[in-house]
Design a binder for this molecule. Structure first.
Ligand SMILES: Nc1ncnc2c1ncn2[C@@H]1O[C@H](COP(=O)(O)OP(=O)(O)OP(=O)(O)O)[C@@H](O)[C@H]1O
Ligand SMILES: [Mg+2]
Length: 159
């Protein structure tokens, strides 16, 4: 993992991970997945992680890294068909939510979102803007392409 200029200037947090407002650059799929794996040590059981970023920004790749770290050997795909996809892993359940087609958060709550989150080691929620206010403790990461370098993504911890 390499920090970009802004992150290097302010330095990493004492916990050795991104503080809110900091960014870092991830080169290649391996670093994208390693970032996800490292993130797992920063959040308690039952935590929520929001991911935002355009198509191909690396949301699923980061989630795959989390799953691997939990000992899951299967494939994590973009949760396009299932709104909510629980993956059972040796390290506990990983919940993957795609709220893109959700008109109102109530739809997810009616499907048992709170219980699923509570029963998961970590819940990764994509396109979850409508839920940000309901989970004020949740980490929010923004993933972006870096113009001119197809092999790099910028990840910013928004909160
Ligand atoms: N840090 C990185 N550097 C270079 N390539 C990357 C990086 N992270 C992911 N990729 C590649 O970018 C492509 C898209 O990644 P991914 O599927 O994770 O994006 P996504 O945000 O989930 O997209 P979508 O919104 O379409 O589901 C994949 O081919 C992946 O290998
Ligand atoms: Mg995806």
């Amino acid at each position: 993992m390499r920090t970009d200029d802004s992150a290097a200037l302010v330095g990493k947090g004492t916990e050795g991970w991104l503080r809110p407002g900091q960014s870092t650059l991830l080169r290649g799929l391996d670093e994208q997945q390693a970032f996800g794996a490292a993130l797992l040590d920063q959040v308690p059981a039952g935590a929520v992680l929001f991911l935002e970023g355009e198509l191909g920004a690396g949301k699923t790749s980061l989630t795959q890294g989390i799953a691997r770290r939990l000992g899951f050997t299967g494939t994590v795909s973009s949760p396009t068909y299932a709104l909510m996809q629980p993956y059972p892993t040796p390290g506990g359940q990983l919940l993957h939510v795609d709220a893109y087609r959700v008109q109102h958060p109530g739809e997810l709550y009616d499907m048992g979102l709170d219980d699923l989150i509570e029963g998961s080691r970590l819940s990764v929620i994509e396109w979850g803007q409508a839920l940000y206010g309901d989970y004020p403790q949740a980490t929010l990461l923004r993933l972006e392409h870096v113009p001119g370098d197809e092999d790099v993504r910028r990840v910013t911890r928004v909160r």
